[in-house]
Design a protein around this ligand. Structure first.
Ligand SMILES: NC(=O)c1ccc[n+]([C@@H]2O[C@H](COP(=O)([O-])OP(=O)(O)OC[C@H]3O[C@@H](n4cnc5c(N)ncnc54)[C@H](OP(=O)(O)O)[C@@H]3O)[C@@H](O)[C@H]2O)c1
Length: 227
């Protein structure tokens, strides 16, 4: 039986590349993003179901998981990939709304999706939850406090989830990419990783041998030395 996967952030750089690689690898996928046009185009290209949804809404993760489960049946893999950083902002200019928006998408949404997945997968004692975090947890930088804080919290959550999910036979992987050349930042960075390369690293974690769990993986472009 081919494995099924729910992938968030599929309309973005890493997510789109990963959706294509999962499809090519024979996975049955359900994809999501906010941009309806881009999502529909990718659904048509990959002949897969999807749902355009804003994951910052409090009930969206639960609704998304239910829609994916209706479409795919039991979900084998959840990939929490959607995330954003507004722009590098000095703390003196950060608003409460900035903090809430980052919290809702970068932390609450993956936590709630993981909860839904753990309920579903844990009952079957099989499955895999992949959280796309960031190598930002390994360093500190000016004007990066909101995103860094939320990704560090997601890193802490991932560690707790590894322990809890293990008890019910579910694998958990935290992925810590360095810079990837996507629309994540306003300026192109051709010296950063190609999104296809980041996607290939994530796929490696998903296709590891059955008896192996990749708990954490960090990868970077050669130009980075922030470690
Ligand atoms: N690029 C990097 O250098 C880098 C490095 C480390 C970690 N990461 C992480 O990797 C993940 C993917 O990043 P990327 O580089 O592929 O960024 P991207 O190209 O900007 O894509 C971001 C994805 O997240 C989705 N998204 C944003 N806000 C959303 C919301 N409120 N509700 C639902 N979906 C939303 C976007 O959907 P729409 O476009 O349809 O709104 C898009 O599909 C993120 O978690 C990011 O933090 C990126």
């Amino acid at each position: 039986m081919t494995r099924s996967a729910l992938l968030t952030g599929a309309t973005g750089g890493i997510g789109q590349a990963l959706a294509r690689q999962l499809h090519a690898g024979g996975f049955r996928i359900f994809i999501t993003g906010r941009d309806e046009t881009r999502l529909r185009g990718l659904c048509d290209e990959l002949h897969c179901p999807g749902l355009a949804i804003d994951l910052a809404a409090v009930d969206a993760p639960t609704r998304l998981y239910a829609a994916a489960r209706d479409a795919l049946g039991p979900i084998d893999i959840l990939i929490n990939n959607a995330g954003f950083n507004k722009a590098k902002t000095p703390l003196v200019d950060v608003t409460a709304e900035d903090i809430d928006a980052s919290y809702a998408l970068n932390l609450r949404a993956p936590m709630l999706l993981a909860r839904e997945a753990l309920r579903d997968m844990g009952a079957r004692r099989s499955g895999h939850i992949v959280n796309i975090i960031s190598s930002v947890v390994h360093f500190r930088a000016e004007n990066f406090s909101v995103y860094t804080t939320m990704k560090n919290a997601l890193h802490a959550f991932n560690g707790c989830l590894i322990k809890e999910a293990r008890l019910v036979g579910v694998k958990v992987t935290g992925v810590y990419p360095g810079g990837v050349d996507t629309a994540f930042r306003a300026q192109p960075r051709p010296d950063y990783l190609h999104p296809e390369s980041a996607a290939a690293m994530i796929l490696n974690c998903i296709t590891a041998p059955d008896d192996a769990i990749v708990h954490e993986i960090t990868f970077r472009p050669m130009v980075e030395s922030n470690f």
